[in-house]
Design a protein around this ligand. Structure first.
Ligand SMILES: Cc1cc2nc3c(=O)[nH]c(=O)nc-3n(C[C@H](O)[C@H](O)[C@H](O)COP(=O)(O)OP(=O)(O)OC[C@H]3O[C@@H](n4cnc5c(N)ncnc54)[C@H](O)[C@@H]3O)c2cc1C
Length: 311
């Protein structure tokens, strides 16, 4: 089985309309690189998720779970398996609790919560991707993380059961949970918000979006910060920005073809046109080596790598 020609058994007729074959991963990821995925299944409801999961298990095909693909590097040769693309997107409010589908756009969730009079997540305004991707990676910025808000969630377990779990079971850590890439599909999440000053929260939201526009390549193909920030020097300090070390190590001048280090942020790689996944990988390796040589520090990637030939 090669990356672009997996054998895909027949799907139940009612699931087939929710699938597409040979979909370029560049169309599913914000870095806009990557060859074809054998099959993409749209998990639009928990029931569809359950049935696709069963079908994939029976087929024996490898699978990878994707939200909006804003934190993923996909291989040039594609993925010889099934992409389970989470698109559950319901939104409801009960008191101060917001429950939403994991496929809902994270920024829309923030906007809808504010419209419902609930504040708290406005600090994260403008983070791309889905709610599910944000929770599975404990997305955050400005010293806060989404894990602070999660109360419960519904997961499709690797064994194929839909289960409700509490926040503790995620094991939230810096840009990490213990559930990510275990095969569990996050279906929906309940977040505890506050009834607060909506005008003030909206002002914070606009400020954060403007700040992102000024500092991040919001209109270019990228996957956000490439490397994780470093542990704080002391418990009272913030994490040390990997971007500072990268800048001091000369990363901003680096490129591999159209894979370039963003001129305003040395920890972001942009695809300035026709970059390949291999070029991006080579550039990331050079950036990492420059910091290693200069500071004897080993940077760790934050971006997830979609495997070409998964086990
Ligand atoms: C311009 C830009 C700015 C960014 N700024 C920030 C920032 O400030 N802070 C920050 O934390 N991140 C930031 N990011 C990174 C990215 O937006 C976040 O990591 C985002 O939460 C990823 O969501 P996604 O839906 O795109 O996930 P994907 O990229 O699709 O997936 C990421 C990982 O989560 C898993 N996953 C996704 N959805 C599910 C699900 N429903 N169930 C199980 N597993 C799932 C995938 O398997 C993969 O391992 C930025 C990215 C860009 C492009």
């Amino acid at each position: 089985m090669t990356a672009d020609t997996p054998f895909i058994p027949d799907l139940p007729p009612d699931l087939a309309p929710l699938t597409r074959r040979q979909v370029p991963l560049r169309d599913l990821t914000t870095l806009r690189v990557g060859g074809p995925a054998g099959l993409v299944c749209r998990l639009t409801t928990p029931e569809a998720a359950l049935r696709f999961h069963r079908w994939v298990e029976n087929s024996g095909l490898p699978f990878y779970i994707l939200g909006a693909g804003s934190n993923v590097l996909a291989p040039d040769d594609g993925f010889a398996g099934v992409i389970l693309k989470v698109e559950t997107s319901d939104f409801s409010v009960t008191g101060n609790l917001v429950t939403a589908g994991a496929g809902l756009d994270f920024d829309s969730l923030i906007a809808q919560s504010l419209n419902a009079g609930l504040v708290g997540l406005e600090f994260a305004s403008g983070i791309p991707g889905t709610l599910g991707g944000a929770v599975m990676g404990n997305a955050g910025c400005y010293g806060h993380e989404i894990g602070e808000f999660v109360r419960t969630a519904r997961l499709l377990t690797p064994e194929g059961h839909i289960e409700e779990v509490g926040a503790d079971e995620f094991g939230f850590a810096y840009r990490l949970t213990q559930l990510r890439e275990t095969g569990a599909v996050l279906l929906d999440v309940t977040l505890a918000m506050c009834a607060g000053d909506g005008d003030q929260a909206m002002a914070v939201r606009h400020e954060r979006i403007a700040d992102r526009r000024a500092k991040h390549p919001v209109d270019q193909a990228c996957a956000g910060s490439w490397f994780r920030n470093l542990p704080a020097a002391s418990p009272d300090d913030r994490r040390q920005a990997a971007g500072r070390l990268l800048e001091a190590a000369g990363a901003k001048a680096m490129h591999e073809g159209d894979a370039r280090v963003f001129e305003r942020h040395a920890n972001i790689i942009v695809n300035a046109g026709r970059a390949t996944s291999d070029q991006i990988s080579r550039l990331a390796a050079r950036m990492q080596a420059a910091v290693r040589d200069r500071f004897k520090v080993e940077l760790v990637e934050e971006v997830r790598r979609l495997p070409q030939n998964p086990a």
